[in-house]
Design a protein. Structure first.
Length: 274
């Protein structure tokens, strides 16, 4: 695999060396230019974690994806750049939904210059730069992320207050991306990924989020999409290429969001009452 296609996707022009500065820059570039999204799940398209499929989807077609895909593709890029990368099993915790099963997430551990770092672009509003694998609070701008060691081989990343998740646990035992292929393929119809169309992206210093027909830009700007044209324009804003969908697929996604919009509003109302 050539690294050039990934670097072009990220619009990355700096020298590429396996050092902490490059790691931070590549992670940040990924967060700024690759959206987290579940459109293939919504369309019933198969999810593949093979290197060929990840290179095609992310480097050539300009798409985003789920945590397994996002971090799997990032691992390919970092390894091609000369980094030592370990894929690890994770468990995302959302207190309002009770999710925390091992294997519902993966993350990356990067060893460089004698220090380990946590890289993770598979959370919709993930940290912009990797976090050092050290206990304590690590600030990125005004946002605080706290690393906690649970036992000899298990860590917890406490997401910043107000984030889309509460925390993410991960075990340091090395895993192979192929071990998660079945999990990525078989998304339960009852899961949040199947129930609600999702896209998240970081742009202009704020988090953008799309849930069905609700668009949120930062903390205060929230509105509801009302037309297919608005939906398509929002996808462009989120760096999701319309060329990867037929006109019928785009219309099908928009149609699905009508019912999902009511479901999402109910989820938000229940969370507010909890």
């Amino acid at each position: 695999m050539t690294i050039d296609a990934f670097l072009d996707r990220l619009e990355y022009r700096d020298p590429v060396r396996p050092d902490p500065a490059t790691l931070r820059k590549l992670h940040r570039a990924w967060r700024l230019r690759v959206p987290y999204e579940n459109f293939d799940v919504q369309l019933g398209r198969p999810i593949s974690l093979t290197p060929e499929a990840l290179i095609d989807k992310f480097a050539r077609r300009g798409r985003g994806g789920l945590c397994y895909e996002m971090n799997g593709a990032l691992a390919l890029l970092l390894r091609a750049a000369g980094f030592t990368v370990t894929i690890v099993e994770g468990a995302i915790l959302r207190a309002t939904r009770g999710e925390g099963q091992w294997g519902n997430h993966i993350a990356l551990l990067i060893d460089v210059d004698g220090e380990s770092w946590l890289a993770d672009t598979g959370i919709g509003d993930a940290f912009l730069e990797p976090l050092p694998l050290r206990e304590g609070t690590h600030w990125q701008g005004e946002l605080a992320f706290r690393m906690e060691r649970l036992d000899a081989g298990t860590w917890r990343m406490h997401h910043h207050p107000g984030g889309t998740i509460d925390s993410s646990d991960f075990r340091t035992t090395p895993r192979d991306i192929a071990e998660f292929a079945e999990r990525a393929r078989n998304t339960s119809p009852d899961s949040a990924l199947a129930r609600v169309l999702v896209a998240q992206h970081h742009r202009d210093g704020r988090e953008l989020a799309l849930r069905a027909r609700t668009v949120k830009r930062g903390d205060a700007d929230r509105r509801t999409l009302s037309t297919l044209d608005e939906f398509a324009e929002t996808l462009r804003e989120f760096r999701i290429p319309l060329e990867d969908f037929s006109a019928d697929e785009l219309a099908a996604l928009w149609a699905k969001t009508e019912e999902q919009h009511e479901v999402w509003l109910a989820i938000q109302a229940n969370a507010a009452r909890a």
